[in-house]
Design a protein around this ligand. Structure first.
Ligand code: NAI
Length: 301
């Protein structure tokens, strides 16, 4: 089955280069009308350029339809205006890929709060701004596909990226509640953790790996996750042709009582509490208390 985006309007933030550009090019090639958003700054978020315009020219040269947007995802009003322009020109917005990002890597010891705040503002608040700007429209349309961009740092950690990791896991958490709110309106929300050779990773990935991790190899995951038949609430990792899912799991746990219902009891039972046999993958937060109730009921017989 071919996945196409005919009659779909897509917004890709941070699409002036790297992964966003690759998503925008392929979406347009497969029929989507694409808003290429990018403020065109440097890797640390400073400066401006016409990066978005260049990608629009590439799309048009290949016969596709696109419009550029130089707004910053950190400015809610600019994102509202971007959505309004897309709707006016093309009648709706069906796909949002929250991809824009910056880095301000430093150990937490050396990190200024300004570096913390800007990274969280671009990734986490920026994705919320764009999502909020399209949300009512997607609900009214009874159609929406939203993709957040997380990272292995957010899911698993990385030295020197506490600000980035907090924002990226925040995005996975954002998606986990958002997908529940969107389900009734056919708005599907997912999270992608890419690995790609871009300016963001040029001094992180070794040169040999850099060639293998072409951003185009992440495109299949991103496009699947915003397609008509996309799943929801999936965290998918992708890079170099390797694809996996990641899950926030819960152990079966243990019910403690009497003297064990104490810090010493938690210490004594830690092996049982953290035993991963029969691990659960909850689909909503309520499943945590349901597990407690299940064990309490089993005990009560
Ligand atoms: P990139 O630096 O090539 O792309 C990020 C784009 O976002 C840039 O074009 C930049 O101008 C734009 N941008 C930054 N601040 C913006 C703002 N306020 N408003 C609008 N646009 C803004 O880097 P790359 O690698 O393509 O990153 C794309 C996304 O993937 C980011 O969210 C990044 O954190 C994430 N990611 C990338 C990984 C990789 O291996 N390259 C690994 C994990 C996550």
């Amino acid at each position: 089955m071919t996945i196409n985006f005919k009659d779909k309007v897509a917004i890709v933030t941070g699409a002036g280069g790297g992964l966003g550009r690759a998503y925008a090019l392929e979406l347009a090639k497969r029929g989507a009308k694409v808003v290429v958003n990018d403020l065109g700054g440097s890797r640390d978020g400073t400066g401006h350029s016409d990066a978005a315009l260049k990608v629009v020219e590439e799309i048009k040269a290949a016969g596709g339809e696109a419009m550029s947007n130089g707004g910053s995802v950190t400015e809610y009003e600019q994102m509202v205006e971007m959505v309004a322009k897309a709707k006016e020109a093309w009648g709706g917005v069906h796909i949002l890929i929250n991809n824009a990002g910056i880095l301000r890597d430093k150990s937490f010891t050396k990190m200024e709060m300004a570096d913390w705040k800007l990274v969280v503002d671009v990734h986490l608040n920026g994705s919320a701004n764009c999502t909020k700007a399209v949300w009512d429209l997607m609900r009214e349309q009874n159609y929406g596909r939203i993709l957040m961009t997380a990272s292995s740092t957010g899911l698993y950690g990385n030295f020197g990226q506490t600000n980035y990791g907090a924002a990226k896991l925040g995005l996975a958490g954002f998606t986990k509640s958002l997908y529940l709110e969107g389900a009734k309106y056919n708005v599907k929300c997912n999270t992608l953790a890419p690995i790609a050779a871009t300016r963001m990773t040029e001094d992180i990935l070794p040169p040999a790996a850099f060639a293998m991790f072409d951003p185009v190899n992440v495109v299949p995951a991103a496009l699947f996750l915003v397609s008509e038949d996309a799943p929801a609430n999936v965290i998918m990792g992708a890079g170099a042709g390797f694809f996996h899912t990641a899950n926030v799991t819960m152990t079966q746990g243990a019910l403690l009582e009497g003297d064990d219902l104490s810090p010493e009891g938690v210490a004594a039972n830690f092996a049982k509490i953290s035993d991963r046999t029969g691990e659960i993958v909850p689909q909503s937060g309520g499943e945590q208390s349901m597990q407690a109730m299940k064990l309490l009921q089993a005990k009560a017989g």
